[in-house]
Design a protein around this ligand. Structure first.
Ligand code: F6R
Length: 606
């Protein structure tokens, strides 16, 4: 997704910006650019479609090593196609202001028409170009009053950083509904849309809040204004390692992150579960369990939504609390009365997904209790939560989410157990499940060891264009997640269904060229899933069975086996299997598995 960045300090700005752009390469983008105020007084702007290396080559070609102030941007197209013209920074019609922007200006058509009436036309088709020109028409030499006027005219979401040719000693901008932080290092000050990108570089940061307008002149000289009032925002310590971009023994981050899942499980348990006493010791979960809860509503997008569906199964079965799971994009516009005795659970790897964040603000504004299940510490959703748990999966670089999902479902399982233990869940069942959960790291490691067998099946089916993923009950969200992983990285069409729902229409698609992956763990629905397999076979459809080591393979064309475990823990092995299946097929097809086309790591626009 788009990222914005500014640097003002002692180091060459182009070096700092390129370093940052490289760090955020994993987030997904289609073009990138930078503007640097040169020692000569000019501003140099370089933009390129494609990879950061191409931008770097162009920067090297013009010898841009001077200049200590600059802004940079990675773009993920929303308004306007992928082109250098539409790439940021945008330059105002008079050449004075350079702007990098994240978000969407919603009244761009109206503003553009007003500018046209003044004889100012835009060359490209982005909202940011309109915004840059608008700023130039109203700006004075005082950026604070100019930004106050400017932000009163634009509607939508934005994080903005401006560079002014006539005052190249300062950076200024504004934030509303899009993340933006100021980072402080010995040698200078940074503006960034991604706090983590500053880890290992800055020792302190300030998180800007909605409505903030800022001007930065040095690390000790900056002003923040909100609603016309000057604000002092606390500087927070920025600990943490530089984002790990080492692949180690792996060829891709997706594979590396799939292999980190045993560790993620250990991390989620750490400090929260005492296996000796069979106790969930987390104070957050203890406090949650004591609440009088009439219903739980889970709100999330994509893979996090699928984790929510698994969580619904856990919460309802173990605690008896009815649970809804709603896609973030739909929740905000659906009819939902917010109840004070419900718990609204927001699941997000990045903690910055705009669809989910907006729902959270809406719930909180109406008095709802917001519980965050978030991976990125200090992210917007984490900060806004009334209470919450981190999923401790570590930085996820592959655009396709893998290890974060495991952290999410394990956190939700702990939540369900804590709620159940405080309600009607028999202690023996609670203790037994905890006992089995302790084996998860080993179980996942045994699943990972089967990677080669999964690759063989993935290779065999790589040339098919369409797939069904079937499952029922707890395995249905796993089918949904398996289909999503396959779509994202292979670009093959994949759809997930309840195994029994297929016969209500979609069975018409089955023929010899339409393989089905059926998730069929041992349990009460095993025989029913076998019947579904027969129905597909009767229409000549190939079927790959995802079955346990003890299940009968005779019915299937191919099988992908997982180590036996209790039913509730099947998602933890199935997800690894499905991730590996998508990964291997993608590598066979030659796609960029870590940066799938059209996708971004963190979707910070609604
Ligand atoms: C899929 C994927 C996305 C995200 C979704 C929500 O592999 O990564 O579907 O799960 O965009 O993102 P977060 O969890 O950051 O809110």
């Amino acid at each position: 997704m788009c990222g914005i960045y500014g640097y003002l300090g002692e180091y060459p700005a182009s070096d700092e910006i390129l370093r940052w752009l490289r760090r955020l390469e994993y987030r997904g983008y289609d073009s990138a650019g930078l503007s640097v105020a040169r020692d000569s007084g000019d501003i140099a702007t370089v933009k390129r479609v494609g990879r950061i290396q191409e931008l770097k080559n162009a920067v090297d070609a013009i010898g841009l090593s001077d200049g200590r102030v600059g802004i940079g941007h990675t773009r993920w197209a929303t308004h306007g196609g992928v082109s250098e013209q539409n790439c940021h920074p945008h330059i105002s019609y008079d050449g004075r202001y350079h702007l990098a922007h994240n978000g969407i200006i919603e009244n761009m058509s109206e503003l553009s028409a007003k500018l046209s009436a003044q004889g100012i036309s835009c060359q490209g088709s982005t909202d940011t170009e309109v915004a840059t020109n608008l700023y130039a028409t109203i700006a004075s030499d005082d950026p604070i009053s100019s930004l106050r006027l400017f932000t009163s005219k634009i509607e939508g979401a934005y994080a903005l950083v401006f560079l002014d040719r006539d005052h190249p000693d300062r950076l200024f901008g504004a934030k509303k509904w899009s993340p933006l932080v100021l980072g402080f290092a010995e040698h200078g000050v940074y503006c960034s849309s991604d706090r983590r990108s500053l880890e290992g570089i800055c020792d302190e940061y300030v998180s800007l809040e909605d409505g903030d307008i800022f001007v930065v002149r040095s690390r000790d000289d900056y002003t923040i204004v909100n609603g016309g009032v000057q604000i002092v925002r606390d500087r927070e310590e920025l600990s943490g390692e530089e984002i790990a971009t080492e692949l180690g023994e792996f060829s891709h981050f997706m594979m590396k992150e799939i292999h980190e899942q045993p560790q993620v499980v250990e991390n989620v348990f750490a400090g929260r579960v005492n296996f000796e006493t069979a106790e969930i010791a987390s104070p957050t979960l203890k406090a949650l369990a004591k609440r009088d809860i009439s219903r739980i509503v889970i709100i999330a997008s994509g893979t996090s939504y699928h984790a929510g569906l698994v969580g619904k199964h856990y919460i309802e079965h173990l605690s008896g609390i009815e649970t809804d799971v709603v896609v973030s994009a739909e929740f905000k516009y659906s009819w939902h009365r917010i109840h004070a005795d419900r718990v609204y659970v927001f699941i997000s790897q990045s903690g910055e997904t705009a669809d989910t964040l907006e729902c959270m603000k809406l719930v909180k504004a109406k008095g709802g209790y917001a519980f965050g299940v978030v991976n990125v510490p200090g992210s917007s959703i984490a900060r806004l939560s009334d209470a919450g748990l981190y999923t401790h999966a570590g930085v996820e670089i592959g655009v396709a989410s893998t290890k974060a999902f495991t952290g999410q479902i394990l956190t939700l399982l702990l939540m369900a157990l804590a709620l159940g233990n405080a309600r009607t869940l028999p202690h023996a069942e609670y203790a037994y499940l905890l006992f089995e959960m302790r084996k998860l790291p080993d179980l996942i490691a045994r699943m990972l060891a089967r990677s080669d067998a999964i690759r063989t099946v993935a290779e065999k089916y790589a040339s098919y264009q369409n797939f069904f993923f079937l499952g029922r009950a707890l395995e249905l969200p796993m089918a949904q997640e398996g289909a999503l992983k396959l779509k994202e990285t292979t670009y093959h069409h994949a759809e997930a269904y309840s195994s029994w729902e297929l016969k209500h229409g979609s069975l018409a698609l089955i023929d010899a060229n339409f393989p089905t992956i059926i998730l069929n763990a041992d349990g009460p629905l095993h025989a029913k899933n076998q019947s579904s397999t027969q129905e597909i076979h009767a229409r000549s459809g190939p079927v790959i069975g995802v079955i346990s080591d003890r299940a009968d393979a005779a019915l299937y064309d191919d099988v992908l086996r997982f180590p036996e475990t209790v039913y509730e823990l099947v998602p933890f092995v199935q997800v690894v299997l499905l991730q590996l299946f998508a990964y291997h097929m993608t590598v066979v097809l030659g796609n960029d598995v870590d940066k799938p086309r059209n996708l971004a790591k963190s979707v910070t626009v609604e």
